[in-house]
Structures are given as C-alpha cells and as structure tokens.
Design a protein around this ligand. Structure first.
Ligand code: NAD
Length: 452
C-alpha cells in the first residue's frame, strides 16, 4: 500500500506514515457509507441528537490530545489548536439541536393540505484543506450528519492526523460504522472520486479557487450539489476616525494568525492617508512584539508555514517588494518565516492581487470612503474584511458597499459558528455554518394531500 509521510513543519522531521487510499478502496468506503445512509436517516431525531451530543462530549474529552496532534502535524500554536478542537465540539453541540428542529412548512393551497419536508441527500463528500484541518472538517460533517446524511471526509494529504482521530472518536461515541468515514489520500484520487462517484450526492469543498473551479465543472456532469469555500484577499480598512491603537494592535492577528495561512486573512491593509504614518508606526510596534516561536510553547502566537514548498511560494512574493519592516522568526530547521509588512502603491501588483497565504501583508493609503470601497472591491475575491471606524453610519455604509461574505467592524474575527460563512465572487459558492447549514444538506420536498 502506498503511504504519505507526515512532516512536522516546526522541525522538518517526519512524524508518521499515513496510507494513501486507492480509487478501488475509496469506492468500497463510499458504498459502505451509502449502505449506512438509510439506517442513519431513520434513527429517530432525538436519538440522532443524543448521539451527536455524545460525539461532542468525546471530542471534549480529547481536546488536549487533538491539539497536540495538530501542533505536531500542522505547526499550529497550541493555543489555536486547543481552540480548533473545541470548535469541533461546539459545532457538534450546536448542530445536535438540528435533528429535532428540521422543520418543513405547511403552505395554504386549495383542495387539500400542502407540506414540505427537508430530506437528506445521501452520502456527502467533504474535502478539507491543510490550513484548518479540524474546524473545516467539523463545519462540513456536523450539519451534514445532523440532517441525516452519511459523510465521507478527505483530509488534506499534509494534515490527515486529527481527522483520522476524530473518525475514531465518532465510533467511540456510538456513531454507527459507515456514518462518518475518514479517507486519507490524494486530492486527484480520493477527492476526485467524490466528484465522479454517483453515490456521492454533494461535495463540500474548501481549498484553492483553482481546484474548486475544477470540482464545480466535475460536479456539473451529475448535477451534483456543491459548496465551495475558496481563496481570499481581504481588506482591513482603517479610517482616520478609528481607535488607531486598537486597529494597529489587532491588524497583525488579522493576517498573521496561523502564519497567514487563513482564507480570511486581511492581507491588504488600507489606511486613510491622514492616519497612515501614525498607523504604520503603531503597526511596527505590534508586529515586532509578536511571539513567533515553537508552536508547542503556550505563549507562541505564530508557528511555521506548513511545508518547504509553501515557504518557497510565499518567499517568492518578496522579490522586488518594498519591505517596510518585519517581525522575528526562529533561526531553526522547519519552515519559518518572519511576519512581513510591505508597502504597496500599485493595485495591479501581484502582492496586492494574489492570495499569498503566508505571513505577508501589504499596506496602501487611501483618500475618502468611496476610494476605500473601490480599492477593497478591486479583486476577484470576496470572503471577508474589517472596517475600523468610530462612525456608525460609515461602518454601515462601508459594510454594505463591500462585496464580501463576512465583515467585522472594529474587530478582526471572521468565523462564528452561529453565523453564516462563505464568499462572494470567486471566494466561493453557498454558505456554511449558522442556523441554516443543515438545510444545505437536504432537498426540499413538497407533498400535496387532496382532501376529497
Ligand atoms: P487545495 O485546493 O490544493 O486542496 C484542498 C483539498 O482539495 C485537499 O484535500 C486536496 O487534496 C484536495 N484536492 C486537490 N486536488 C483535487 C482534485 N482534483 N479533486 C478533488 N480534490 C482535490 O488547497 P490547499 O492548498 O489545501 O488549501 C489552501 C487554499 O484553501 C487557499 O486558497 C485558501 O484560501 C483556501 N481556503 C478557503 C477557506 C474558505 O472557507 N473559504 C478556508 C480555508 C482554506
């Protein structure tokens, strides 16, 4: 059997070998998930809810173990990794309320009664990237399972360990065999099979825009349902009337968290010209103060990049760029890079247009609200963004003007599992999380019953 070597990005050392599942083995597991579907669909709503709550509780018992695995596998800081494992627990708990609340409607019609049902789809394929292995897996499987589907889940080749462990914890919690199946392997083999296998009724993909477009094309062949969560190049807009101290203190965390490998990274900072110098000065202090250290250190605020390849790709963006200042990074083996702030004046430059997916941010001045919105929207992406201002009217006008799915005012946080998450334009298709997520894993069925 072929395997993939998992590497610790903080040291460059191998951690373990993980099997690369073949197409034939993938087919067997998809068929098993299809066999498990009618059984899981017919588990009474209250019982399905109870099993999901038990799954959440077993994850809770293993938060430290899962976090430790993620530190070693993905180089996430231990504080982030604990939050991520806790997020899987919380999302399971949140959607455990859904089976008992999967309401249809009764619609007034002449001649009888009309009611709607939300029917589960069958097998759902969830494809996960390497940047947030645990949360992104949970955002797919928790609402899908709650709605009565079975799930096959493919973690990224680089970061399969926590997903494999979560699959084991599901069984431990009493989720029946075949209901949640984790299938490690290559995107071009396992992921591609989710797209082409007729028993997989929906693909939930998170990853690069380029691969996402191919998945959407592939799904068209079977009119397969598809959700895409793709790249971003989000703007952090700082107006002169903002609390500049707060805006500058939070800006590094808005982009350098997870070493910038975050689809919501605010990797373009737009600063109103009259506040530009003061903001940059304060930003420099904040960036230099970031603790970029061994991710297992509880105080670490940023770890390494995921791989040597990623380090090379990201470093490539610095060629010819104007570096304003950088933070620090350990001079050690592993894929380390210091947080880097670039000065930008050309909206056509690669550093301003492309998703760098590393600890690099570009800063540009603007004049007035209209220009801020125009510059923020001058991108094919539209995932998230922040607006720093003390003027409520302006905060609302700019929020409504920006073409992006998830905005924060005077905050850099993007994802809350209670609220819908997804992208405008080429950042994605469909929404995850929030109260409506289980419905996205169902078909709405209408039934008319004649009263004569
Ligand atoms: P990627 O597109 O290379 O891979 C994502 C997943 O797709 C992996 O599991 C991979 O194995 C699989 N895959 C690759 N080729 C495939 C194919 N032909 N068919 C089916 N599956 C295939 O992305 P990545 O490098 O792992 O992740 C980084 C990207 O993900 C960034 O662009 C980032 O912005 C994006 N991202 C988006 C969100 C969001 O919610 N919008 C969240 C996290 C990451």
């Amino acid at each position: 059997m072929s395997t993939h070597t998992v590497v610790n990005p903080a040291t460059g050392q191998p951690v373990t070998e993980v099997p690369s599942t073949s197409v034939e083995e993938t087919d067997v597991l998809i068929e098993r998930a299809a066999d498990a579907f009618p059984v899981w669909r017919d588990v009474a709503p209250g019982e399905r809810a109870r099993l999901l709550r038990r799954f959440a509780s077993v994850v809770d018992d293993h938060v430290d173990e899962l976090a430790e695995l993620e530190v070693r596998n993905a180089g996430h800081t231990v504080a982030n990794a604990r939050w991520e494992a806790g997020n899987v627990r919380d999302v399971l708990n949140y959607y455990s309320a859904a089976p008992e609340r999967l309401f249809g409607r009764q619609i007034p019609v002449p001649g009888g009664v009309d009611i709607t049902f939300h029917e589960p789809l069958g097998v759902v394929g969830v494809i996960v990237p390497w940047n947030f292995p645990m949360p992104i897996a949970g955002w797919g499987f928790a609402p899908a399972l709650a709605a009565g589907n079975t799930v096959v889940l493919k973690p990224a080749e680089l970061t399969p360990l926590t997903a494999i462990r979560i699959g084991e914890l599901a069984l431990e919690a009493g989720i029946p065999e075949g209901v949640l199946t984790v299938i490690p392997g290559k995107g071009s083999v396992v992921g591609e099979r989710f797209v082409t296998h007729p028993l997989v009724r929906k693909v939930c993909f998170t990853g690069s825009t380029e691969v996402g477009k191919g998945i959407m094309r592939g799904c068209a062949d079977q009119v397969k349902r598809v959700t895409l969560e793709l790249g971003g190049k989000s703007a952090n807009i700082v107006f002169a009337d903002a609390d500049l101290e707060k805006a500058a203190a939070s800006a590094p965390y808005a982009v350098f968290d997870n070493a910038g490998q975050d689809c919501c990274a605010r990797s373009r900072i737009l600063v109103e010209r009259s506040a530009y110098d003061e903001f940059l000065e304060r930003l420099e202090t904040a960036v230099r103060g970031m603790k970029v250290t061994d991710p297992a250190d509880p105080d670490s605020e940023m770890g390494p990049l995921i791989s040597a390849q990623q380090l090379e790709n990201v470093s490539g963006y610095l060629d010819g760029a104007r570096v304003a200042f950088t933070g620090s990074a350990p001079d050690a083996p592993g894929f380390w890079m210091a947080p880097t702030v670039l000065l930008a004046d050309d909206p056509a430059a690669r550093i301003w247009r492309e998703e760098i997916f590393g600890p690099v941010v570009a800063v540009m001045p603007f004049d007035g609200e209209d220009e801020a919105v125009r510059l923020a929207n001058d991108t094919e992406f539209g995932l998230s963004g922040s607006i720093y201002t003390s003027d409520l009217g302006r905060a609302l006008r700019v929020s409504r003007g920006i073409e992006a799915g998830n905005l924060s005012v005077n905050s850099h946080a993007s994802v809350r599992y209670w609220t819908p998450f997804g992208g405008f334009k080429q950042s994605g298709l469909g929404r995850e999380l929030g109260p409506d997520a289980p419905n996205a894993f169902t078909e709405e069925k209408n039934v008319f019953i004649a009263n004569d």
